[in-house]
Design a protein around this ligand. Structure first.
Ligand code: PLP
Length: 433
């Protein structure tokens, strides 16, 4: 029998001994409890959480409605397997996702995570089009399974040691203006479209491409929104060539960008949505949402999952979406996101180390540069460390870790928000002044 762990330091030692070191440890805090936008370590120290479990707890940690749904569902049915029968939470959630996703996307496959849903979407695209190839974008992050790793190009370290990866994946530049060093959005978009056209001409014929997959706002790669005209053009290119357009909305979905889904900003509907993270407030769940017609081209029995669409996860997701709708969190994300960016601009924009403050809804990035205009990786590490000392958890993104990204709960209490932002801007100014 496992011995009862008595002291917090013992727990940390046990973790160091028994948890694999492969996962990067951002902190070595031992966390006992989390609620809303705060968590508490074992000794009762309070922290403000600007990470939200990596954009998962969009309605805050342990929202009472979500907790209640989890309790009720787990007392009735914890697991069955969606191929052994239907149950209410999964079916109602599929219906709800059909209702809230744009266009005619009405059919859902459930998995356990974002990466697994990405893998499923690759399989769906290949099976439905009978074409082998996938186009993805430089800087993108789609997850850690071998399939998702094959699409991921936000750092070569994620791919190192794992090659050969899934074949037939081609990467083209993401319209990240400052990294591509263009003066205007138009030039950036044109350059990226030209690179795609060149790829079609020189390397892979478009009739052999099953799907183009894109994060409408690049997450891990730097919190960079793709220009809407670029997304619209991709829609057109996909349509012209019988290619499926897949939006990875694992990080952008469920209000993070000030709309329920980021695709709505561009007014286009992808053929496939890949969803996870905030979908279920921390219970493991991913979803592939597409039209019935497309799903019917995916031959029965060629894909599946033991846990996918778990009853408790689906109940948590239904409650979580209900909270977003009933508490008006999508509109709040848009409104509060603007106010946060205004405040950050007001307090920080004049410092030369602050390269850019950008945000769409509550998906906000503060990019730093050093005195030579190079990525401000060290600055960001110092800010993170100093913030943690002041009991604020923030994290970074960007190929070089040069951007602080804010992933606050959409319902964050304004007093907590103000306190957290004050700590953050003080720490930033302290490091860069
Ligand atoms: C855009 C995007 N896609 C996919 C994933 C992978 O999701 P998961 O970690 O649930 O496998 C992530 C995770 O950070 C992500 O940000």
């Amino acid at each position: 029998m496992t011995k009862h762990v008595e002291k917090k330091s013992e727990l940390r030692e046990l973790a160091l001994k028994h948890l694999s070191p492969v996962m990067t440890r951002i902190t070595d805090l031992v966390v006992a409890k989390a609620q809303g936008a705060k968590f508490w370590t074992e000794d009762g120290t309070e922290y403000i959480d600007f990470v939200s479990g990596v954009a998962v707890n969009a309605v805050g940690h342990a929202h009472p409605e979500v907790v209640k749904a989890i309790h009720e569902q787990s007392s009735q049915l914890i697991h069955l397997g969606l191929n052994y029968g239907y149950y209410e939470s999964a079916v109602k959630l599929a219906q709800k996702l059909a209702e809230i996703t744009p266009g005619e996307l009405d059919t859902v496959f459930f998995s356990n995570s974002g990466a697994e849903a990405i893998d499923g979407a690759i399989k769906l695209a290949r099976a439905a089009t009978k074409r082998p190839n996938i186009i993805a974008f430089e800087g993108s992050f789609h997850g850690r399974t071998l399939g998702a790793t094959s699409l991921t190009a936000s750092s070569s370290k994620y791919r190192k040691y794992y090659e050969p990866l899934v074949g037939g994946v081609y990467h083209v530049p993401y319209p990240y203006q400052s990294q591509l060093h263009f003066q205007s959005e138009e030039e950036t978009v044109q350059y990226c479209l030209n690179r795609l056209t060149k790829l079609f001409e020189l390397v892979v014929d478009p009739t052999q491409v099953a799907a183009i997959i894109i994060e409408p706002v690049m997450g891990e790669g730097g919190y960079v929104p793709a220009p809407l005209s670029f997304l619209q053009k991709l829609r057109q290119i996909a349509d012209d060539n019988g290619i499926l357009l897949i939006f990875d909305e694992v990080q952008t979905g469920f209000g993070r960008t000030g709309k329920m889904f980021a695709s709505e900003h561009a007014g286009i509907t992808p053929d496939v949505f890949v969803l996870a993270k905030a979908l279920s407030s921390g219970m493991p769940l991913g979803a592939i949402v597409a039209s019935r017609e497309l799903h019917e081209k995916w031959q029965t029995g060629t894909h599946g999952s033991t846990f996918g669409g778990n009853p408790v996860s689906c109940a948590a997701a239904l409650a979580s979406i209900h909270v977003m709708e009933s508490e008006g969190l999508i509109e709040r994300s848009e409104r509060l996101g603007k106010a946060i960016v205004n405040r950050l601009n007001h307090e920080l924009a004049d410092y030369p180390s602050v390269a850019e403050i950008r945000g769409i809804g509550m998906m906000i990035g503060i990019e730093f540069q050093d005195e030579r205009g190079q990525p401000g990786t060290t600055i960001v590490s110092k800010i993170r460390e100093e913030a943690l000392q002041h009991h604020l958890l923030v994290t970074s993104c960007g190929v070089y870790g040069q951007t602080i990204r804010l992933m606050l709960p959409l319902n964050i209490d304004e007093t907590v928000l103000d306190k957290g932002l004050t700590i953050l801007t003080n720490c930033i100014i302290n490091v860069i002044k």
